[in-house]
Design a protein around this ligand. Structure first.
Ligand SMILES: [Zn+2]
Length: 169
């Protein structure tokens, strides 16, 4: 079944349709039907193209967000890793003279006692006033290396800093 459409078209359009028809060696009617069908299909596809573009924009925004989260997570992991490494290092020795085994940042800050004799380590956290020469021996039993302790505090501070920045974002 078919019907007739009477339509007046500009010369340019008529010439273009003739060219299309000649190129394909088809009739004017077939050429017009073919072109009209294609035009209708692309018109009905238009909304879905807009939807695709919107979805693409949303996806790339989500990707950017995910990349930022990944960067921030990597930074947090790196900071935690360096704290963990710093925490497992020997800071000093057990204050009990008959023990004097190595004490780590973990023992000092987390468990609070010597892992061998269970001696409480809270005294080691008491910061001493700086004394010249005599106190500089870091391997002295019962002492904590001030330098190592400050490095541990620095690593701890970095973790607190990252946590703070994360809570702000
Ligand atoms: Zn001990």
């Amino acid at each position: 079944m078919s019907q007739v459409i009477y339509a007046r078209v500009p010369d340019v359009l008529k010439d273009a349709v003739d060219e299309y028809r000649t190129e394909r060696g088809t009739t004017l009617t077939s050429a017009v039907v073919d072109l009209l069908e294609r035009g209708l299909v692309s018109t009905s596809d238009a909304p879905s193209v807009a939807e695709l573009e919107l979805s693409l924009a949303t996806t790339s925004a989500q990707k950017t967000e995910a990349e930022a989260s990944l960067r921030s997570a990597r930074l947090e992991l790196q900071t935690l890793r360096s704290l963990s490494e710093r925490t497992s290092q020997t800071l000093g020795r057990c204050p009990r003279p008959d023990c004097s085994r190595p004490i780590t940042g973990y023992d000092l800050l987390v468990t609070g006692h010597c892992p061998y004799c269970k001696q409480a380590l809270t005294d080691l956290l008491r910061l001493k006033a700086p004394q010249p020469e005599a106190d500089s021996d870091q391997s002295r039993p019962g002492g904590v290396s001030e330098r190592d302790f400050l490095l541990l505090l620095g690593a701890l501070g970095a973790v607190v800093g990252v946590a703070y920045l994360t809570s702000k974002s």
